[in-house]
Design a protein around this ligand. Structure first.
Ligand code: GLY
Length: 343
């Protein structure tokens, strides 16, 4: 009798797992081998070069944390980059301000926001994580900390391409930049500028699992082009732009940061994975949440999420078409993936 019940119980469990797997909603962790190492990063065109640097670390049995830092540093250094690093697009006052964050397998995290004239905000974020009792430094204080730790100030000059684009934007938007920031003279807040579609931008978000099965992530951006001076998006906010829980998985976001912050996007994705959802379905549910909860008309705003779980399974999802990413595994070398989308 007892063994009959036990057999029945095992059969029921088996059927349940098969059903859930068919629905594509759950992964049966115990039955699969862990795929590792794996690294993936947002926006295929920039992600490939960043992934190369990250893969070098991972393929030499390095730590995921080092891989993601080394990876996104490549993008931060690129001279032809609209949206990451000091060569990126400025805010509406012509100043490039950068946001970044990083998180490791021990729940350590570091973040920097609205930092100016520093070329590797991701490494400043890592130093904040490792050398201070804090998680986040912003603006002048972050710059002071960076300089005290050996970073050089890089000057404010925009690249000729960014300068021309900025001038064209100012003409089109009729925006007068700040004349004297110390005296608090600001240009008008012009909401119509924010709705004009000029705010398309992206970020590099990278997540990885290393050969020991540990997870880490990094995220770095100049934020929205022509944003208000002082605006901070999701990218440096732990839980919004990036979240890592080494027991469960990691997620990163890209796109309009305000939408991501409102739902604590990356944390939400990780929590969905904790409930048993696959990385792709977890990302899709976070996108659904944005669409459902956004207090404003989303217009043509884009948000994309990437996620990886403890088994090395990965996935992504976006609000709309056009979000792609690059993946490296032992089988795939910078595989391009076009994320599924909802609208
Ligand atoms: N996701 C980057 C930003 O909104 O600043």
């Amino acid at each position: 009798m007892e063994s009959n019940s036990r057999r029945k119980f095992i059969r029921t469990i088996g059927l349940g797992s098969a059903f859930l797997a068919l629905k594509g909603q759950v992964y049966a962790a115990s039955k699969k081998t862990v795929q590792k190492p794996v690294v993936l990063a947002t926006w295929y065109n920039q992600a490939t070069r960043a992934n190369e640097a990250a893969w070098k670390v991972l393929s030499e049995q390095g730590r995921a944390l080092d891989a993601v830092e080394q990876g996104v540093r490549v993008t931060e250094s690129e001279t032809e980059n609209c949206c990451v690093g000091l060569n990126a697009m400025p805010d509406r006052d012509g100043i490039v301000t950068l946001d970044a964050c990083i998180m490791d397998e021990f729940n350590n995290c570091g973040s920097v926001a609205a930092i100016e004239q520093i070329d590797h905000p991701i490494s400043v974020a890592r130093l904040i994580m490792e050398k201070t009792p804090h998680v986040m430094l912003v603006g002048a204080g972050a710059q002071q900390f960076a300089v005290a730790n050996g970073f050089k100030l890089k000057g404010l000059k925009l690249t000729p391409g960014q300068e021309a684009a900025y001038k064209a934007w100012r003409e089109k938007s009729h925006y007068e930049p700040v004349k004297n920031i110390e005296k608090g003279e600001h240009g008008p807040f012009a909401p119509e500028i924010m709705e004009s579609g000029e705010y398309n931008h992206d970020t590099i978000g990278m997540i990885a699992i290393d050969s020991k099965g540990n997870l880490s992530g990094a995220c770095t951006t100049s934020g929205m082009a022509y944003k208000m001076h002082g605006r901070v998006g999701d990218s440096p906010i732990i839980g919004a732009g990036l979240f890592v829980d080494n027991e469960v998985g990691a997620a990163v976001a890209t796109g309009v940061g305000e939408e991501v912050i409102r739902i604590c996007g990356s944390h939400l994705v990780v929590e969905f994975m904790r409930q048993g959802l696959s990385p792709e379905v977890a990302c899709r549910k976070a996108v659904e949440r944005i669409i459902k909860k956004s207090p404003k008309n989303l217009g043509d705003s884009q948000v994309g999420f990437l996620a990886i779980n403890k088994m090395g399974e990965y996935g992504g999802y976006a609000i709309r078409e056009g979000f792609d990413y690059a993946v490296c595994t032992s089988q795939l070398h910078n595989q391009k993936v076009n994320a599924k989308f909802l609208l």
